[in-house]
Design a protein around this ligand. Structure first.
Ligand SMILES: C[S@@+](CC[C@H](N)C(=O)[O-])C[C@H]1O[C@@H](n2cnc3c(N)ncnc32)[C@H](O)[C@@H]1O
Length: 275
């Protein structure tokens, strides 16, 4: 029977992965229901035959390219454990910058907030964890993503988030918000990165937009004007090469105080504007 340590030495089998050792650790923790600290405390612990067979099957799926988050069914965002599935995007670390910026720019006092294209609910739930007195609406057009965000909301016990199905603003009638935040689809349909890594297993509905990836950002920025309170904040994530175009779009639509903030790699990622 192979031990924990021996199974963690199988990184060469995951040569396509950027982080083979970490993948092995996360998958083994998931399988055994243990922490990474436990793996290092008990390296000689033997896997049972059934556990070994399950681990081998997980490694086969990882070799075929399936994201680790889909194999475990979870991904941490803003230190919140979120359920994930194939209905929407796996939350990315760079999206935490969007959460940071909104928290920085918005006072502690009560606010009505809208998260458009909420997917797992990552942004809305992260904001809810920091601002329990904010009223937050999270919308997505995909029913399975709405169900997933609601599952995450219930599991985390946030009562100040409401999850709705809506095609952008369609279900929100004349409601207005102090903050509208969105990580919408923004990848161009011919982008070769769509054939690489985790995105191959994520739905195009979460990734791709027309007009060189800008169609959804344009639609959101146009329609948000009717749903933002005076001086309300619009904050959107976009591709690292789209900052200039998004600033121009916001300015042309009359937004004020338009600026772009960088992601953790220093690339233009979040554009902000005020009504
Ligand atoms: C890039 S994902 C972001 C998910 C999540 N907010 C995050 O940051 O991890 C974009 C999300 O927008 C949703 N979406 C796409 N078109 C939409 C529309 N017309 N109305 C509402 N949501 C939409 C997708 O289903 C997907 O969940």
């Amino acid at each position: 029977m192979a031990t924990v340590k021996e199974n963690l030495l199988r990184a060469a089998e995951l040569s396509e992965s950027d982080s083979p050792r970490l993948d092995l650790e996360v998958l083994l923790c998931h399988l055994l229901g243990k922490s990474r600290a436990w793996l290092y405390t008990w390296p000689e612990h033997p896997l049972s035959d059934a556990q070994q067979a399950q681990f081998n099957a997980l490694i086969e799926r990882r070799i075929a390219g399936e994201p680790v988050a889909h194999l475990t069914g979870t991904r941490e965002f803003w230190s919140l454990p979120l359920n994930v599935n194939r209905s929407t995007l796996i939350p990315r670390p760079d999206t935490e910058v969007l959460v940071e910026v909104v928290l920085e720019l918005c006072p502690q006092s009560a606010a009505n907030v809208l998260d458009l294209g909420s997917g797992t609910g990552a942004i809305a739930l992260a904001l809810a964890s920091e601002r329990p007195h904010w009223q937050i609406i999270a919308v997505d057009t995909m029913p399975a993503a709405v169900a997933l965000a609601e599952e995450n909301r219930t599991q985390l016990g946030f009562r100040n988030v409401e999850v709705l199905r809506s095609d952008w603003f369609s279900a929100l009638s004349a409601r207005t918000f102090d903050v509208i935040v969105s990580n919408p689809p923004y990848i161009e349909s011919r982008d070769p990165h769509l054939r690489e890594g985790d995105v191959r297993f994520e739905p195009l509905t979460a990734l791709v937009a027309e007009e060189q990836g800008l169609a959804d950002i344009r639609k959101i920025a146009e329609d948000a004007r009717a749903h933002l309170a005076e001086h309300g904040l619009l904050a959107v994530e976009h591709g690292w090469e789209q900052g200039k175009a998004v600033r121009a779009l916001f300015a042309a639509l009359g937004y004020r105080e338009v600026e772009t903030r960088p992601d953790y790699a220093g690339r233009e990622r979040i554009t902000l504007g005020r009504r």
